[in-house]
Each structure stands twice: as C-alpha cells, then as structure tokens.
Design a protein around this ligand. Structure first.
Ligand SMILES: C[S@@+](CC[C@H](N)C(=O)[O-])C[C@H]1O[C@@H](n2cnc3c(N)ncnc32)[C@H](O)[C@@H]1O
Length: 213
C-alpha cells in the first residue's frame, strides 16, 4: 500500500499529520502507515547525493530504516552498508516492531549488500576493522555520545570519505537548539576551529556533511 517513507520533519500535510498520530511502529507493521523518517526532503536528497556510488557505508542509528532505504538505493551495487542500532527502545523485545519495520523496508531495496549490527555503536566499534567512505551519525544525540561516536569512528573514514551529522545545525523554522549534542559537537570540531584534514562540504537544514581531505 505504501512504498515511500513519510518524512515527518516536513510541513504537516493532512496525510503526514495522520501518519504522525499513528507514530507507534506497530501501526506501520499493520500497514496503516508507511515507515517514518526523521529528516526532511532536502536532507534526504543530500544523503542520497553523498552516498551515491559509495561502497563502504555505515549508518549509526537506523530506527524504522527511512534513511537506510535512501542510502541503500544510492550506494554502489558492489558496495556494503552496515546498519548499527541495538533497537533497544521497544518495550516488547520479542515483537520489536521498529526492528522488523527497518528490516522489511531495507530488505525491499535490491542494491548492494547490507550487514545488520544489533549493537550500540560503542560496542560495534570494538570489532571494527574496515575502511569507511560514508558515515552517517544519527544514534544517541547526547553531546557525550555524539563526541564518542566521532572519536571512535572517524579514524576509519578514508581520504575523500564523508561523515554526515544529523540534527547538527540550527536553521530557520527548524527544531535543533544550540544546546543539542550534535550542534555542540559540530560547532566545537568544525566551526570554532578547523580540524586539520576535515572541512564542512554541505549544510542543508539540520544536516552537516564533513569530508576528509
Ligand atoms: C534519530 S533515530 C535514527 C533515525 C534514522 N536515521 C532515520 O533518519 O530514519 C535514532 C536511533 O538511534 C538508535 N541509537 C541510540 N543510541 C545508539 C547507539 N549508541 N548506537 C547505535 N544506535 C543508537 C536508537 O535505537 C534509534 O533507533
């Protein structure tokens, strides 16, 4: 019935309002709404643009899989996409509607290879050895944890590779606040000073993309 995620950060059309009222993932499992993405159309387009043709992509924070669907659709057919999320927020772990939704949505895209890592990012990194050319940080949004994700993961990003931070910029009519974790970390790393070897290459709505030179 539905083939496109609803991006709840967009202006509220009647259809989007209805989908937001049915927020619990179980409604999507029942087919009453599509999966909900937590980013805007413009952010979605930027994710697609930077993921296009990439071959070693990592997403931290998958939720219902809306951004993962975009990344899988855009990546190289020979590439791999690692999806890291413990899906710990479900009260009924045996049902775990969010995890099921994410798997269903991402598995419906026929492109590249997907590896699911059902762990927190700080656990997953302990066994990590691979190079990365696209990293999306959208997991725990506390300042400490965004900084920890950066510290743990950015070393694996190859020259020319990118890291995208979500909810990391304040924009007109937008939702992020100056004290939000991703905003503070991006300000500290890339705005108050220039971190050697990295620069901001794209900003749209709350999304900030930095590239390794
Ligand atoms: C904002 S949502 C992700 C939204 C998704 N990227 C999208 O655009 O549709 C945050 C997700 O991060 C997950 N999460 C929280 N802490 C995490 C961590 N340390 N590592 C990986 N995932 C985490 C939560 O379970 C939740 O599903």
């Amino acid at each position: 019935m539905f083939d496109k995620p609803t991006l709840v950060r967009q202006d509220a059309t009647p259809e989007r309002r209805t989908h937001s009222l049915l927020r619990h993932p179980v409604f999507a499992l029942m087919g009453l709404r599509p999966i909900l993405g937590q980013h805007t159309d413009a952010e979605d387009a930027a994710l697609r643009e930077w993921a296009t043709g990439r071959s070693r992509l990592v997403e931290i924070g998958v939720a219902e899989g809306a951004s993962a669907v975009t990344l899988r659709g855009a990546m190289s057919p020979e590439g791999s996409l690692w999806l890291i999320d413990p899906f710990h927020l479900s009260r009924v772990q045996r049902l775990n509607a969010m995890k099921r939704l994410a798997h269903r949505a991402v598995n419906a895209i026929n492109n590249g290879r997907v590896v699911w890592i059902n762990k927190f990012s700080f656990e997953a990194v302990k066994a990590w050895v691979d190079q990365i050319d696209f990293l999306f940080l959208d997991g725990d949004h506390s300042e400490t944890e965004v900084q920890r994700d950066w510290d743990d993961w950015h070393q694996y990003v190859i020259p020319g590779g990118v890291v995208a931070f979500h909810d990391a910029a304040i924009f007109q009519g937008g939702w992020p606040q100056p004290n939000w974790g991703p905003v503070r970390v991006v300000d500290r790393l890339f705005r108050s000073r220039t971190l050697s070897g990295w620069r901001i290459v794209h900003e749209v709505d709350s999304l900030v993309v930095v590239q390794r030179s």
